[in-house]
Design a protein around this ligand. Sequence first.
Ligand code: ADP
Ligand code: MG
Length: 502
Amino acid sequence: MADNVIAVRDVSKSFAGVHALKRVNLEIKPGEIHCLAGENGSGKSTLIKVISGVYTPDEGTIEFGGVPYSKVTPIEAIMNGVQVIYQDFSVFPNLTVMENLALNTELADKRKLVNWRRFRQIAEQAVAQINFQVDLDAKVGTLSVADKQLVAISRALMHDAKLIIMDEPTTALTKKEVDALFRIILDLKARGIATLFVSHKLEEVFEISERFTIIRNGEVVADCLPSELDRKKFSFFMTGREFEESHFTGVASTEPPVLEAVGLGLTGGFSDVSFALHRGEILGITGLLGSGRTELALTLFGAYTADAGELKVKDKTVHLKGVRSAIEAGIGYVPEDRLTEGLFLERSIADNIVISEIDDLTGFLGSMNAGRQRAEAGHWVDALKIATPNPDNAANTLSGGNQQRIVLAKWLATKPDILILNGPTVGVDIGSKHDIHQTLQKLAGEGMGIIIITDDIPEVLQNCNRVLLMRGGRIEAEIDPATTTEAELADLISREATEVAL
Ligand code: ADP
Ligand code: MG
């Protein structure tokens, strides 16, 4: 059937006893926007690597334009129009945009002398294909994530691509950048170029996908149209679990607040911020990027020092001077970007939980003996259901969802009274997301005061008993999740966007 760009037929692949793929079938038509969904560890990357010739399947065939191959080399995949954009984009940060774009082509042409005029021409053509406005002489390392991705897409299109595979392309993008990416994907479609993208963000995936393949434990469990799916079915196919969408109500506390901000301000970040957080509460803070929410989070954690107002912890005024004093005051902070702020990827899971920077900061965990450290790490691995055969394995052996659980465990090990989480489930699979939410609700139930900073609307409404809406560095409104729908909150946030634009 040559009307497919690619067909995967009954492909199986094992790694030392792990059946990563079991008789997987997948067909992609020219120009089709196809979503490959599945939880972490379900086999998505393995399937991509089989298609792109990185792995040889144990069984089954890959067809390009109707021609079956039982083994594909990376060069054959490229010759058949397959291009993969990996999560790290495989760009060279120290080289310019022009060099990144021209390098492969020049190397492929085996030109010995660098011809800068030709370099520039090649690069100009490449970015023009997607109307990407960029300084060709800028070092790629200085570009935003979205622009790095566009460099990778431009580069992929230089090779006469028929199918662009994107591994979780939206993870680090803002809503606006996602919209821009979707316009490019639609434009590619108009030119007959198919896109296979990996995602587990249902809201986004629905907007653009024409067909879904969902895999679980290496098996295709659904091959369907968007009209055949809704949030509940999608979650079920992904996880094999049925989820109750329960709302957290919290406990009305008569005690004094555990954390209180009175007229708190940070020049250039936010001003006049006042709120109280009680034990047992999960307080949501939402707003657009640039609303001051991240600056507020970092100030509450002592990474920035407020220059106006007062912050009280358990009714005592505190002057947070750095992260260490926040930790000493009983505040934990789960950062937005676990990969750069939260984890030492090469160190073991256990080390990340108990012997991380925290002990250097506070000293108290550092004085634990090795046995107690192991026990502590083991406790959190169990409590947060971190899926690892051995806590001594490096953190980078785990999926994103499990890495996020480590970051959470690391802070819970400091026994904070107050836990602040910034985007706690960004890039995390549905099952982990659900488990993280359950954990937070349980911790609040045990008396912790929790603040979640997020722009994930279902997350904020399901898990918080109160929500503060920020705009232009101020708290604009307090919202009651019990009486606010997702559409209403989305509307409130986007109405803000219009007002800001005016
Ligand atoms: P996903 O991309 O959906 O998160 P992967 O394809 O990376 O999933 O992994 C599927 C399964 O195969 C996992 O259990 C993973 O641990 C295993 N696996 C993947 N690559 C290898 C490898 N090179 N060696 C051993 N096991 C692997
Ligand atoms: Mg993967």
